[in-house]
Design a protein around this ligand. Structure first.
Ligand SMILES: [Cu+2]
Length: 164
């Protein structure tokens, strides 16, 4: 059975853990929204308005468990569209977050390998396909992105976002 867990990015680990423990296999903590006025803020920014994209960054994912490029540098306040291509034969995903949340979530995936995610800060991309994330980085700092498919983060499938 597939678990479908929807969580707010800022509390990714907390609500996922809560969802799994408190609600069994079905949980919904963040109402899906396309309405920019109701976008939830996180420690690393918020869902971007597609009409306000000021920068496009293409990122490739491969079965070598690498993102290319592995590091991107942005200006604070920029709305970025990540165009994420899966060049491999396995499912990969790009999840934006703080390094800590990504690390904790990757750990959780070991216990719940079938867990699926669907939030504005992530894109699951089938082999040969392309996904998109539109995100506005509202704070300066060092953040990350990772593939949280089981074992991929541990194999090094992660990168960093530097926001100046
Ligand atoms: Cu992957």
């Amino acid at each position: 059975m597939t678990r479908f867990i929807r969580c707010a990015a800022a509390t990714m680990l907390a609500c996922t853990a809560l969802g799994v423990r408190a609600h069994g296999t079905q949980a919904s903590h963040a109402a899906p929204t396309d309405d920019a006025r109701h976008v939830e803020a996180t420690a690393f920014g918020r869902q971007g308005d597609p009409r306000r994209v000021s920068r496009v960054i293409r990122i490739d994912m491969a079965d070598t468990m690498r993102f290319t490029p592995e590091r991107v540098t942005l200006r604070r306040g920029q709305t970025v569209k990540f165009i994420v291509r899966n060049r491999g034969k396995a499912l990969h995903e790009m999840v934006l977050g703080t390094d800590e949340a990504l690390r904790e979530h990757a750990e959780l995936m070991k216990s719940f390998p079938d867990m699926e995610h669907a939030d504005p800060n992530m894109a699951h991309v089938a082999p040969g396909a392309t996904g998109e994330i539109v995100w506005q980085f509202t704070r300066a700092g060092r953040f990350g992105f990772a593939c949280l498919q089981p074992g991929h983060y541990e194999a090094g499938m992660a990168g960093s976002v530097i926001v100046r």
